[in-house]
Design a protein around this ligand. Structure first.
Ligand code: SF4
Length: 172
């Protein structure tokens, strides 16, 4: 313990100092304005893991930290699909999770949207496609409005993906 504190005192603070990301700030500003216009400043997301490695979830967790702070923009991750505007789906859509995924979608109030995240939901490009345990391609079972690519996508890419989804709604 003494060794640890000696080392800690010698190295001083180990926390990185953050730099201001101007591009991210501009994207966040547009996202906030779109949410205000299209969802009365409150976009609620229910995330369902349909059989993932959890890396996509970890990246989504980072969106709530003080750096990305998505709640400031009007985005909340909610526990119940009954409170959600968007169903955010990660994973390969396993046989065991498939009915729960459909059930979560059925419980959402309209208008409701499905966004898939990560490469897993598009199992056409995945090594899991032919497994007995996988139902596969979520777009065949739910109306996917937007897909966020990556394995896993970074928090920045997720934010950009959400903005692209909102821009798509703007056009429709
Ligand atoms: S897309 Fe990649 S990171 Fe995301 S759940 Fe699948 S394997 Fe994991």
């Amino acid at each position: 313990m003494i060794k640890f504190w000696k080392k800690r005192i010698q190295n001083k603070l180990l926390t990185e100092h953050l730099t201001h990301d101007k591009t991210l700030s501009e994207i966040q500003k547009e996202l906030k304005n779109s949410i205000a216009k299209q969802f009365a400043s409150s976009l609620n997301i229910r995330m369902v893991d349909s059989g993932s490695c959890n890396a996509c979830e970890s990246e989504c967790n980072a969106l709530s930290n003080p750096y990305y702070n998505l709640e400031r923009l009007g985005i909340q991750f909610v526990a119940s699909p009954r409170h959600a505007d968007v169903l955010l789906v990660s994973g390969v859509n396993t046989f065991n999770m498939h009915p729960h995924l459909l059930d979560a979608y059925a419980q959402m109030p309209s208008p409701k949207y499905v966004i898939t995240i990560g490469d897993c939901p598009l199992t056409a490009t995945s090594v899991y496609d032919e497994s007995f345990a996988i139902v596969g391609n979520i777009a065949k079972h739910l109306p996917v409005a937007h897909h966020i690519t990556g394995c896993p996508p970074s928090p920045n890419e997720i934010i950009v993906g959400l903005l692209e989804f909102l821009r798509g709604l703007d056009r429709s």
